[in-house]
Write a protein that binds this ligand. Structure first.
Ligand SMILES: *[C@@H]1O[C@H](CO)[C@@H](O)[C@H](O)[C@H]1NC(C)=O
Ligand SMILES: *[C@@H]1O[C@H](CO)[C@@H](O)[C@H](O)[C@H]1NC(C)=O
Ligand SMILES: *[C@@H]1O[C@H](CO)[C@@H](O)[C@H](O)[C@H]1NC(C)=O
Ligand SMILES: *[C@@H]1O[C@H](CO)[C@@H](O)[C@H](O)[C@H]1NC(C)=O
Ligand SMILES: *[C@@H]1O[C@H](CO)[C@@H](O)[C@H](O)[C@H]1NC(C)=O
Ligand SMILES: *[C@@H]1O[C@H](CO)[C@@H](O)[C@H](O)[C@H]1NC(C)=O
Ligand SMILES: *[C@@H]1O[C@H](CO)[C@@H](O)[C@H](O)[C@H]1NC(C)=O
Ligand SMILES: *[C@@H]1O[C@H](CO)[C@@H](O)[C@H](O)[C@H]1NC(C)=O
Ligand SMILES: *[C@@H]1O[C@H](CO)[C@@H](O)[C@H](O)[C@H]1NC(C)=O
Ligand SMILES: *[C@@H]1O[C@H](CO)[C@@H](O)[C@H](O)[C@H]1NC(C)=O
Ligand SMILES: *[C@@H]1O[C@H](CO)[C@@H](O)[C@H](O)[C@H]1NC(C)=O
Ligand SMILES: *[C@@H]1O[C@H](CO)[C@@H](O)[C@H](O)[C@H]1NC(C)=O
Ligand SMILES: [Cu+2]
Length: 584
């Protein structure tokens, strides 16, 4: 049953406490930067070149995350979700550009086989690849029932990011949260209010484990998306009230606009599958960044976000002071290839004099599907120019779908479906002085050695979009299309850069491609994978091995890595770990 929730009405409050109650309900605004550390020229990052390396601010931001499961109703359905410090989604990590971030994670999941890792999506983790948070690649999982691990890394880029579990498809159950890294904005950009993270996520009522069981079965059963959330909430109740698991739901997230003022929103697709089309009724948006890369500002009515992608927008509140409007995100059903009971996530925006007990009555902005692509490559121009060189090596990789030896539906990259060994992380092998660079085929390891740059042509024979994500880097997106690449680069002197990009669906008679390139300036083992959690779980995942000899000689592996593996080895020798999928 689907219905719009009735808003909670505030009744017995005085005028002044009503204002407090109102502001408590509405999402708070963020500052321009954190002012508790040293400032130079009035800024935490001082004179640092916005297009250059991060400054060292000397500030470390400490976070302590306690992770556990709890039954919760987000949309009426009582589901076991994962909470960080009792929150869903997890708390925001905030830092200034150049700060160090230290996050201690305690895995208090009360289960026989649920490890945890946290990945800091988009962070390059230069010199600290151990903290990339991918089980079986950079670390052993943090064991349940009290395992503990501390991640330490620099906030090396600025803008909007997020963190999420990289253990199986675990983030589908809620193990994710936003990262806001305060930094410079383009000189011509200003805004009055920062409304903060707007996390958009498709949502399943079944657990991630059940969702994987269904999608690997032969023949695969369609996965059913139950709802679409903004900041873990929505206006659409989805529960059949005759069933006992139905509970009340908190209703939609609420934001505040001030008429005539400019508002920054930090859009993040934290979902598992859906390509999202975000819009604000009756309002235009100006795009200022894609992922952690500032762009030449451009206006749009709709922002497309594949899983893992972020877009920062500025919105001029052109309405009148009493307006209430919907912010909404629609699942692009053409790209989903399965059913969704509810396709739209709604959050309410109230202008300063609006009645916050009223329900907005505004109408949606129309959008076109655009074959599941992001905005055209010629429209998304990085603000700070960076020209890709001729690559030192070119690699073509083809994506296919099929059955593995045990008859499950899996995905292949060059005929090989990825599978991690939780007890034997690749990075720890490579960094071992006695370790070697030969890996089982199923590790999908591509050793790019000491090449200074890599160009990757990804060829997709499957009729589904794939939001492709590379760890440790922003890549250039040189070209995309159907058929085979003609060798032309869009904006060759300054192509789009970001860390996640939609590879459009192939068709029955034509494969699709995307051409990416990155600079090998960050020794490590960097996953490159589809960010649809089911595809990543099905093995659409490969490893780029970058300067392995420098990993051995230039980087100092912290003691905690080996200790975490000893703890996991002990745990997994006494409990059965059911690795249903690729593991990552
Ligand atoms: C609600 O559940 C009952 C009992 O399972 C079923 O008969 C009914 O069709 C369901 N209604 C809806 C709207 O799904
Ligand atoms: C939600 O479901 C769990 C498991 O069935 C149950 O223990 C819990 O009491 C339910 N919550 C509510 C509020 O009914
Ligand atoms: C925002 O909109 C108002 C009208 O509602 C207009 O006066 C103002 O110039 C706009 N600001 C910008 C920066 O476009
Ligand atoms: C979607 O649901 C409809 C009605 O329940 C069903 O007929 C259809 O086969 C489903 N489509 C997919 C792709 O699962
Ligand atoms: C605010 O909206 C609610 C719900 O529509 C309504 O009951 C209430 O009368 C409104 N208050 C004012 C002051 O208009
Ligand atoms: C981008 O290219 C398309 C054709 O491929 C063209 O129609 C459009 O005008 C171009 N846009 C810009 C901003 O150059
Ligand atoms: C994948 O398998 C096909 C069919 O056996 C073969 O033609 C192709 O060369 C293989 N590709 C790679 C990269 O091994
Ligand atoms: C390389 O390491 C793997 C896994 O650690 C091991 O199985 C293999 O025998 C080693 N190969 C050589 C040539 O040492
Ligand atoms: C460059 O990368 C290719 C694989 O694409 C590899 O075979 C070659 O050895 C690498 N070259 C160097 C100098 O490491
Ligand atoms: C992509 O893969 C298909 C199927 O294997 C093949 O026919 C096509 O030539 C490949 N395209 C490229 C650009 O490698
Ligand atoms: C592929 O098939 C579509 C119709 O299914 C057709 O319109 C298109 O021309 C075909 N393309 C090629 C290259 O054969
Ligand atoms: C086939 O894939 C399923 C699902 O990922 C996995 O559980 C199973 O172990 C795989 N079989 C083999 C032989 O790798
Ligand atoms: Cu995919």
């Amino acid at each position: 049953m689907v219905r719009l929730l009735k808003f909670v009405v505030l009744t017995t409050v005085t005028a002044s406490s009503a204002i407090k109650a109102v502001s408590a309900l509405l999402s708070p605004n963020l500052p321009k930067f954190l002012t508790d550390g040293p400032l130079e020229d009035g800024l935490p990052w001082g004179k640092a070149n916005p297009a250059g390396d991060p400054p060292n601010t000397g500030v470390t931001r400490h976070y302590h995350f306690t992770i556990r499961r709890e039954f919760k109703s987000l949309d009426g359905f009582n589901k076991s979700v994962i909470l960080i410090n009792d929150q869903f989604p997890g708390p925001a990590i905030e830092a200034n550009w150049g700060d160090m971030i230290e996050v201690t994670v305690v895995n208090n999941i009360d289960s026989q086989d649920e490890g945890v890792t946290l990945h800091w999506h988009g962070t390059t983790l230069r010199k600290t690849p151990w903290y990339d948070g991918v089980p079986g690649v950079s670390q052993c999982p943090i064991a349940p029932l009290g395992g503990r691990f501390t991640y330490t890394f620099q906030a090396d880029q600025y803008g909007t990011g997020w963190y999420h579990s990289h253990y199986s498809a675990q983030y589908d159950d809620g193990l994710y949260g936003p990262m806001v890294i305060y930094g410079p904005v383009q000189p011509e950009i200003s805004y009055d209010f920062d409304l903060g993270p707007v996390m958009i996520s498709d949502y399943f009522h079944m657990s991630y484990y059940e969702a994987l069981e269904i999608s690997f079965a032969k023949p695969p059963q369609p996965l059913h998306v139950d709802n679409n959330l903004i900041n873990g909430k929505t206006a659409f109740y989805n529960c059949n009230s005759t069933e006992t698991h139905c509970l009340p739901a908190p209703g939609p997230a609420k934001f505040q606009f001030h008429s005539g003022k400019l508002h920054r929103l930090r859009l993040i697709n934290t979902g598992s599958l859906a390509n999202q089309k975000f819009s604000i009724d009756n309002h235009d948006m100006t795009v200022i960044a894609n992922d952690y890369v500032p762009v030449k500002p451009y206006k749009t009515k709709v922002v497309t976000l594949g899983a893992g992608q972020r877009t920062d927008v500025i919105v001029n509140a052109t309405g009148s002071p009493t307006d209430a409007v919907w912010m909404r995100s629609d699942i692009d059903m053409v790209c989903l290839q399965t059913n969704a009971t509810i396709q739209t996530a709604l959050a309410a925006i109230y202008y300063e004099s609006a009645n916050i007990s009223s329900v907005p009555r505004t109408k949606r902005t129309a959008w076109e599907s655009n074959n599941c692509r992001n905005d055209p490559l010629n429209q998304t121009v990085p603000y700070y120019q960076l020209t890709p060189p001729e690559p030192e090596t070119v690699q073509t990789v083809t994506v296919t779908v099929g059955y593995n030896e045990t008859g499950f539906v899996v995905m292949f990259m060059d005929n090989s479906s990825f599978r991690a060994d939780y007890n034997d992380p690749v990075l720890l092998d490579v960094s071992n002085p006695r370790g070697n660079f030969s890996f089982p085929r199923e590790r999908n390891a591509y050793n790019f050695g000491s090449n200074s740059s890599v160009r990757l042509i990804l060829n997709n024979t499957y009729a589904t979009v794939h939001p492709m994500h590379l760890h440790g880097h922003n890549f250039w997106v040189l070209a995309e299309g159907l058929g085979s690449w003609d060798g032309k680069i869009t904006n060759p002197s300054n192509p789009l850069r970001r860390d996640t990009h939609n590879l459009q669906p192939g068709t029955s008679n034509q494969s699709s491609y995307v051409v990416l390139q990155w600079t090998q300036d960050n020794p490590g083992i960097w996953p490159f994978h589809c960010h649809m959690s089911v595809h990543s779980s099905a093995g659409m995942f490969m490893l780029s091995i970058e300067h392995p000899e420098l990993i051995k000689t230039d980087l100092q592996i912290p003691m905690i890595m080996a200790q975490t593996c000893r703890d996991w080895d002990f745990f997994s020798s006494t409990s059965f770990v059911d690795q249903i999928d690729s593991g990552a």
